[in-house]
Design a binder for this molecule. Structure first.
Ligand code: SAM
Ligand code: FES
Length: 350
């Protein structure tokens, strides 16, 4: 097989490798290969997006969840999780504040089953009528085709549903009562309904192999999502995986760079989880190829309750103004926060 540098060159030019080649590339991660991939990813991203970083205001609308993902702090069996659900007025107030900061995308995220389809549709309609220049992204878990269709009709523009892992056995080991097939069905439905669709996975989840990560890269190459959220696994003490070790910042950065080369115009966030395992993680993520940040707009009083993992940043009083913090952080590495909606765009062919 070619060496890692030539595989990276080929990925940059044809945006595709075989499963075996992806696996070889993952196993070949070193300071040198990571720097090589990051340098190319940075250049590719700058050619398309310049020094613009899109911003999405994240509103964590509820931590109520009917699922029991082994890694997640808001899983239904966690009796130590203090459950909340924001009222419509509270959510609209978060949007109003975010709009004032210049945000033109709101991401509504929650555990699964916290709101039913009618409630979601009502909320989306209200946000779209009050903030007609904004995009609404939903990240509320699995629903039927018909429910996704109604949410789209209500005005939702985008949907984030991480596939979590493209390896079926690994998926089953992390999600006792969920079905890999259904996750994939949801993603296909979302895309066919015309949502800008985001998938994604955790890096370093317990039991994850290089072969499993290679499947994630191949899945992203073929599914071709508009957005992709990746971040390191971080243990949460009240979960069955609470004593496992975190995924690494280095591997997450390397994968961000490879994703940028697979799909140059991908909307790729530098995540809060990355900023949690490394104080400069989000800056490093952007330098490795990411082009989106998602400041937390949730009311400060609920932020600690949306504890997916331990040590999550942006949950203290000092974080009330994540937007200012992120803007300074992005400026410090030569990037500008954009106040455009930041929709996905096809690359224009000359
Ligand atoms: N319920 C929705 C869903 O299933 O898509 C959205 C909320 S869910 C909590 C958001 C994401 O948090 C998951 O897709 C997962 O990848 C991530 N997450 C959960 N627990 C985590 C952990 N311990 N470390 C890192 N990421 C985690
Ligand atoms: Fe939230 Fe820095 S981005 S405190």
């Amino acid at each position: 097989m070619e060496n890692a540098f030539t595989l990276i060159d080929r990925l940059e030019s044809v945006h595709s490798l075989s499963l075996e080649e992806y696996e070889a590339l993952i196993l070949a991660q070193s300071d040198e290969t990571a720097a090589y991939a990051a340098e190319k990813a940075d250049r590719v991203r700058k050619e398309i997006f310049g020094n613009k970083i899109y911003v999405r205001g994240l509103i964590e609308i509820s931590n109520i969840c009917r699922n029991n993902c082994l890694y997640c702090g808001i899983r239904r069996s966690n009796g130590n999780c203090d459950r909340y659900r924001l009222t419509f007025d509270e959510i609209l107030e978060c949007c109003r504040q975010g709009h004032g900061y210049g945000f033109r995308t709101f991401v509504l995220q929650s555990g699964e089953g916290a709101l039913d389809c009618d409630e979601i549709c009502g909320l989306v309609k209200e946000i779209k009528s009050r903030f007609s220049d904004c995009a609404v992204t939903l990240s509320l878990g699995e629903f039927s085709y018909e429910e996704y269709r109604r949410m789209k009709e209500a005005g939702a523009d985008r949907y984030l549903l991480r596939h979590e892992t493209a390896d079926e056995a690994h998926y089953a080991s992390l999600h006792p009562d969920m079905k890999f097939e259904n996750r994939m069905r949801c993603l296909k439905d979302l895309k066919s309904l015309g949502y800008q669709t985001g998938c994604g996975f955790m890096v370093g989840s317990p039991g994850q192999t290089a072969a499993a990560l290679a499947k994630d890269l191949k899945f992203i190459e073929t599914f071709s999502p508009e957005m992709c959220g990746i971040g390191p696994f971080i243990p949460q003490k009240d979960t069955p995986l609470g004593n496992e070790k975190s995924g690494s910042c280095g591997q997450t950065l390397y994968l961000l760079s490879l994703l940028r080369l697979i799909k140059p115009n991908l909307l790729l966030p530098s995540t809060t989880a990355l900023g949690t395992i490394d104080p400069l993680g989000r800056e490093k993520g952007v330098k490795a190829g990411a082009n989106v940040v998602m400041p937390n707009l949730s009311p400060v009083r609920v932020r600690k309750k949306y504890a997916l993992y331990d040590g999550k940043i942006c949950t203290g009083d000092e974080s009330a103004q994540c937007v200012g913090c992120l803007e300074r952080r992005m400026n410090s590495i030569g990037f500008e926060i954009s106040s455009e909606r930041g929709d996905y765009e096809e690359i224009k062919k000359e």
